[in-house]
Design a protein around this ligand. Structure first.
Ligand SMILES: [Zn+2]
Length: 408
């Protein structure tokens, strides 16, 4: 194999990427600060920022006093340079949100799915509809949209064709991007697993910020995790790593939607929690057909009902045991719990999770980790999906529409 040579073009791209990323995450900053923070020379910072200003990617953002000398000009990424869209494809609905480059939400649309198991054709139709709605509501042009990130409830296999595998909802190699193309969507598309996009949102803007080793778990209708090791999301051979929900917590236990028995998801996924509640009440269910309303009713009932309180306590126990496995396997410095069901059970329930984790994890790695709730709330999957085209921009040090990183 030929050794990889660094060309002048590589170096230029690297420098643009470094400075653009620094300004995106920590701006506004002066050229002087950029040089100090990145280790690039003052001359390089001056040349590269001049290019980025000319490309309209960054703009001046006021002045800051410098000790003794002239005031320094602050720079930041221009929020108006482009827009990005983040889409959370859930099991009961599709959430579509449009942001500027400062990640300010300009428009949002929530579309319900009617099919019990989300039908790919319905998901594609609602996604296309939501996309048109947010572009119109935010009053922006389609050409200003840098890309559309989509978080899906399954594994995303990136080959010549991008395919989604979601065994629990009956999706077997669904070519979601090409189905969206058939609906007339021409924008660059970026797909990833929803637990992983939630993970990226929390790492960039939420409870994971600053950590190098973290696990962000998602507890919703489905259960998953983003494992961040040394700042990178661990993907595995074909991007299916992080299927925490289908790790076995009880040998020969409850039937899981994936076909196996005793998976964590069969106990702590919304359906698993509600089914355990129903069984504990001798088969009487909550009246709500809607999972989110039913779980909210269970949480409310826990104040007065011993049965409801016990179901939530057991849930905290299962979650804690599952997190202890993550602590022992990955030695994270931080664990963040998100997902609508996890958030609905709330802070009080979190204490039970911590206690159960302490009981099941090895003492030394447990003492080095913290466990908190996700900061961005149930929107984190959509926000994280919107970071996918932003990541392509930062990585390329310029407009990713000029490269071919989005999926077919
Ligand atoms: Zn399973």
């Amino acid at each position: 194999m030929e050794p990889k040579r660094t060309t002048v073009r590589d170096l230029r791209r690297h420098n643009r990427s470094t400075l653009l990323s620094k300004l995106f995450f920590d701006g506004p900053l002066s050229r002087h600060e950029l040089s100090q923070l990145t280790g690039l020379s003052a001359a390089t910072v001056s040349n590269v920022t001049a290019e980025l200003v000319e490309d309209r990617l960054i703009v001046e953002a006021g002045l800051v006093e410098s000790d003794g000398g002239r005031p320094r000009v602050l720079l930041r990424v221009d929020p108006q340079y482009a827009h990005v869209v983040g889409i959370d494809v859930g099991e009961t609905g599709v959430k579509v949100e449009l942001f500027d480059l400062a990640m300010t939400r300009l428009a949002a649309a929530d579309l319900q799915l009617n099919s019990v198991e989300p039908d790919p054709a319905e998901v594609v139709a609602r996604t296309a509809e939501g996309l048109r709605q947010v572009i119109e509501a935010a009053d922006v042009t389609e050409s200003s949209v840098l890309g559309v990130g989509i978080g899906v409830p399954g594994t995303v296999e990136k080959g010549t064709r991008t395919l989604v595998h979601a065994q629990t909802i009956g999706w077997d190699a669904v070519p979601l991007p090409s189905m969206l193309r058939d609906q007339g969507i021409r924008l660059p598309l970026f797909l990833d697993n929803g637990a992983k996009t939630q993970g990226q949102a929390e790492m960039w803007f939420g409870a994971g910020r600053g950590a190098r080793h973290a696990v962000i778990v998602l507890v919703g209708s489905g259960v998953g995790a983003a494992v961040i090791t040394d700042g990178q999301t661990y993907a595995g051979y074909s991007s299916s790593a992080g299927e925490w929900g289908h790790t076995t917590i009880v040998y020969g236990g409850r039937q899981c939607r994936c076909g196996a028995r005793g998976c964590l998801e069969a106990y702590i996924g919304a359906e698993g929690i509600l089914d355990r509640y129903r069984k504990a009440r001798g088969g009487r269910g909550t009246v709500d057909a809607d999972e989110q309303a039913a779980l909210a009713a269970l949480v409310a009932a826990a104040d007065t009902s011993k049965i409801a309180a016990k179901v939530l306590d057991d849930t905290a126990g299962y979650v804690g045991a599952g997190i202890a496995n993550l602590v022992n396997l990955f030695n994270p410095e931080r664990i963040v719990i998100g997902g609508w069901a996890g958030l609905a059970m709330g802070e009080q329930w979190l204490e039970g999770v911590k206690k159960a984790t302490a009981e099941h994890a090895l003492r030394h790695p447990y003492e080095q980790t913290s466990i908190d709730l996700c900061k961005l709330g149930p929107d984190a999957v959509a926000v994280g999906a919107a970071t996918l085209p932003v990541a392509a921009l930062l990585d390329a040090g310029g407009d990713p529409r000029e490269s071919t990183r989005s999926v077919a």
